[in-house]
Design a protein around this ligand. Structure first.
Ligand SMILES: CC(C)(COP(=O)(O)OP(=O)(O)OC[C@H]1O[C@@H](n2cnc3c(N)ncnc32)[C@H](O)[C@@H]1OP(=O)(O)O)[C@@H](O)C(=O)NCCC(=O)NCCS
Length: 154
């Protein structure tokens, strides 16, 4: 499959919401309790994405439709999330998004990229060269989402 990595356009937001909700309900739900998934899904809405697109950078992977996206912060040198459609996983899309983000950080001479990995994505980020640091609990509404702090130094 040919994919193109490009910047998120505001008109893509409804498709991103649909894709993110699909990823959380199909993939993350295998690893997190139902109550956590319910609150997580309720946070994926237009208002929140618009707030976040104003503060952080977003890339999308597009073939005929959007098959994945990545969010990162140039302020904190963090990857905030990479998500790939459950129908298209293990085809190199996550890696393509990651490598584009890494290229952007390297051009800025960033010495270290950090992230909070969902428990299901630790293996993926290890493949991308990240090392596990410590377990953290990310708050959403009333619940806490278990994640692992990971870092890659250059
Ligand atoms: C994790 C995720 C982004 C990976 O994307 P993907 O397109 O399926 O991954 P790729 O095909 O690019 O895989 C790249 C490499 O990582 C490996 N890999 C992918 N997912 C993996 C996983 N969950 N565990 C271990 N290894 C994994 C692949 O086997 C491949 O290895 P190789 O170098 O030996 O070929 C995707 O599965 C996803 O969206 N997961 C759910 C959402 C999520 O939790 N995202 C993280 C938010 S911080």
């Amino acid at each position: 499959m040919r994919i193109k990595i490009e910047k998120l356009n505001e008109k893509d937001i409804p498709e991103i919401i649909k894709l993110h909700r699909l990823v959380v309900s199909e993939e993350n739900s295998k690893y997190y309790p139902a109550g956590v998934i319910e609150e997580w899904l309720s946070e994926i809405n237009e208002e929140n994405i618009k707030l976040q697109t104003a503060k952080t950078e977003w890339l999308i992977a597009r073939s005929d439709e959007i098959v994945g996206f990545g969010q990162y912060s140039l302020e904190t040198n963090e990857i905030l999330q990479i998500n790939v459609s459950p129908l298209q996983k293990n085809k190199g899309i996550g890696r393509a998004i990651y490598l584009k983000i890494e290229e952007i950080f390297k051009k800025r001479l960033t010495k270290k990229i950090s992230l909070n990995a969902t428990v299901n994505s630790i293996g993926f980020y290890k493949k991308m060269g990240f090392k596990e640091k410590n377990r953290i609990f990310f708050s959403i509404k009333t619940k806490k989402v278990e994640m692992v702090r990971m870092e890659k130094e250059f």
